[in-house]
Ligand binder design. Structure first.
Ligand code: ADP
Length: 406
């Protein structure tokens, strides 16, 4: 399905179980026309915050009151967009791009969704039971409102599909693994793809000749090793639980911890799932998952906050070392997402002592805040260290637009 180039707007939808985040972008200049968020869908206290970004004024409009379901949510969003002449019925809308968390092995490229694709997405629900059902609902609702418009699914797993089998295969019984689709998939792929490319741009190099370690440090966190624009390893696995220490997830641990929690701790599978995904990581170690609060407490002498920070940094350093070995040669380490973009102390501690790997920061550059991609490494360092703000919505819109305009 291709659309006319005169249609150059893309609506990006990120549908969660009780929320929808959206942005309307103009692909002629990659600008935002409107952004917004619907929260607490299905409750009495739903809230829609819509910010139009055209016409100079960026005054947000807020609606509070019951929004029954995702269909009502998208209809409310469409009504807000229409107030500024940006309605979903506009011929200028080229596509709706949907973030879909898990594409399994089947979906490794942005994909126009038809009934067959929807059925296949339903089959992937067991791999991502918390995320994919809401993503699919978002697509169904958008299709019902504009059946003639391409709905493009962009998968969080897709960028990692290039991992070699040595990196994605777990060393467990092959038949069992294959029968249950157990392997490493990786997540945050849209962000890793965007940041790896922007880092090459910042270095003035072609992505094909640039090796980058991307550290996406948000509430969820993951690292990836990108060789010449292609992902060769990433820290998240079958699910987003593996890898780095995160806001509420443990990241790597001995799988036998799970047997111990069951046999000795008497916990059920669901309790262990909740413990490791929601009550571990930084919040499990010190009761807070906001890095700003942890650093404030640490600076006041709080021992558990200091330990949480140390465990977080130790794991991060291990992955920088591991991915340097995986890549053989690195041109840059790029920090992104909430913590990576904003936390001077995290970047400082993560890079400290890695001079032998060619890594050293310039303290003043690291302390500067900003929204633009920037280098923070010392002039004498062999490997660049960069802060590269991620933009998953722009990446989804770019991929969706490229697909529908051929
Ligand atoms: P996600 O999309 O995974 O929810 P974000 O990328 O938005 O996460 O990152 C959210 C996290 O960023 C928060 O948990 C907070 O700890 C962290 N963060 C935001 N600003 C700062 C800052 N100035 N210093 C340290 N951490 C920050």
């Amino acid at each position: 399905m291709t659309v006319s180039r005169a249609a150059n707007r893309v609506l990006v939808l990120n549908s969660g179980s009780s929320s929808v985040k959206y942005q309307l972008l103009d692909m002629a200049d990659a600008s935002r026309l409107a952004v917004g968020l619907v929260e607490r869908i299905g409750e009495e206290t739903s809230r829609l915050k819509h910010t139009p970004l055209t016409g100079g004024g960026a005054e947000a409009r807020v609606f509070e009151g019951p929004i029954a379901d995702h269909k009502a949510a998208l209809e409310a969003v469409a009504a807000e967009l229409a107030k500024d002449g940006l309605g979903l019925d506009s011929p200028e809308l080229a596509a709706i791009g949907h973030r879909v968390v898990h594409g399994g092995t089947k979906f490794t490229q942005p994909t126009v969704v038809d009934a067959e694709v929807l059925a296949e997405l339903e089959q992937l629900v067991p791999l991502a039971p918390l995320h994919n059902p809401a993503n699919v609902t978002g697509i169904e609702v958008a299709r019902a409102i504009r059946p003639d418009l391409p709905q493009v699914a962009v998968f969080d797993t897709a960028f990692h599909a290039t991992m070699p089998e040595a990196a994605y295969r777990y060393a467990i019984d092959r038949e069992t693994a294959d029968a249950l689709s157990i392997r490493r998939y990786g997540f945050h792929g849209t962000s890793h793809a965007y940041v790896a490319r922007e880092t090459a741009k910042l270095l003035g190099k072609a992505p094909e000749e640039t090796n980058v370690i991307v550290l996406h440090l948000g509430n969820g966190a993951s690292a990836s090793a990108v060789r010449g624009g292609v992902c060769v390893d990433t820290s998240m696995g079958l699910t987003p639980l593996e890898g780095l220490v995160m806001g509420t997830r443990s990241g790597d641990l001995d799988p036998a911890v799970i047997f111990h929690l069951a046999r000795v701790g008497g916990k059920s599978v669901d309790e262990i799932d909740a413990l490791l995904n929601k009550k571990s990581g930084l919040i499990g170690l010190c009761g807070d998952n906001d890095m700003r609060e942890i650093l404030r407490r640490r600076d006041e002498g709080d021992a558990s906050a200091a330990l949480a920070f140390d465990v977080y940094i130790h794991r991060l350093k291990k992955y920088i070392g591991a991915y340097t070995a995986v890549l053989g040669r690195i041109d840059a380490v790029a920090f992104t997402a909430g913590v990576g973009e904003n936390s001077t102390p995290v970047r400082e501690a993560a890079i400290a002592g890695l001079e032998e790997l060619g890594l050293a920061l310039d303290g003043e550059r690291n302390a500067v805040r900003g929204d633009e991609p920037r280098l923070i490494s010392a002039d004498y360092a062999r490997v660049a260290v960069a802060v590269v703000p991620t933009d998953e919505e722009l990446e989804i819109a770019t991929q969706a637009y490229a697909l529908v305009t051929g």
